[in-house]
Ligand binder design. Structure first.
Ligand code: SAM
Length: 250
């Protein structure tokens, strides 16, 4: 399991907490007006759970990292909102509930192997209402070019971070890619600390993605360019970025 998700949850949360208002409004349009309950597999520190609960929805997150579960429970309690949060593996879970929609942001599903991804979609299909939307954000690339690293800074309560997320390499034949995360603490109690980790992930090509969805219980309705703030709809065959995929349950 990624150390960033088990040992450095606080750093993860500072680095990846940004304003979700616009994204949540867009997601709610996709979920439809009758949506009340939302499942988030891999809910992490609960930033999406909190944003959905603040909109009056009843979200439920599952995550396999106990540290993430503890952090998200504290966050939801501090925010004075309610969301279900459970320790569970998204490739093999059983909840006594069916949801109106589901969401999985920022390439979380690329942490799963193709077999795990297939199991995951089968489990989610068992936990959503017929026709429910599952919005997943997953990168799809048909070439092995390395884009410049993503670099940004984030700050909370005196702890400032410089974050770099870079593709190390992508092997399209083996369908594997490696990413390197680097978080440097610029100020605060841990000033000078540097966290670095290499993440082994699945490399999704457009044809492999289409085949995986076709073999799953879901149908893909649309794809959107997740790297563009206006999230324009793109062809289902589109590749070259982190995209939002709109899936519909049977
Ligand atoms: C990139 S983080 C995303 C967290 C959150 N969805 C967000 O948007 O900030 C990925 C999360 O997925 C969780 N995760 C990875 N593999 C998992 C699995 N097999 N089952 C459940 N959670 C998993 C990690 O613990 C981590 O919290």
């Amino acid at each position: 399991m990624t150390r960033l998700y088990t040992d450095e949850v606080e750093l993860y949360d500072i680095a990846f907490t940004w304003d979700l208002e616009d994204e949540v409004s867009w997601l709610l349009e996709r979920f439809g007006p009758s949506c009340r309950t939302v499942l988030e597999p891999g809910s992490g520190t609960g930033r999406m759970l909190e944003a959905l609960a603040l909109r009056g929805l009843a979200p439920c997150g599952i995550d396999s990292s106990p540290a993430m579960i503890a952090f998200s429970r504290a966050r939801l309690s501090d925010a004075g909102v309610h969301a279900g949060v459970m320790l569970a593996d998204m490739t093999n879970f059983e909840l006594d509930a069916r949801f109106d929609a589901a969401v999985c942001p920022i390439n979380t599903l690329s942490h799963l192997t193709e077999e795990e991804f297939a199991s995951h979609l089968a489990r989610v299909a068992e936990h959503v209402e017929p026709g429910a939307r599952y919005l997943v954000q997953v990168g799809v690339f048909d070439d092995d070019q390395r884009p410049p690293p993503n670099e940004w800074e984030a700050e909370r309560d005196g702890t400032a971070l410089r974050i770099e997320w870079a593709l190390v390499d992508r092997d399209l034949d083996a369908r594997r890619e490696r990413h390197r995360s680097r978080i440097e603490v610029l100020s605060g109690p841990r000033e000078g600390d540097v966290f670095e980790e290499v993440h082994e992930m699945t490399a999704w090509t457009s044809s492999a993605w289409r085949a995986a969805i076709a073999a799953s219980p879901f149908t893909q309705l649309a794809a959107y360019d997740g790297g563009d703030r206006s999230r324009p709809e793109v062809e289902l065959e589109h590749s070259g970025g982190l995209m939002w995929h709109e899936l519909a349950a049977p």
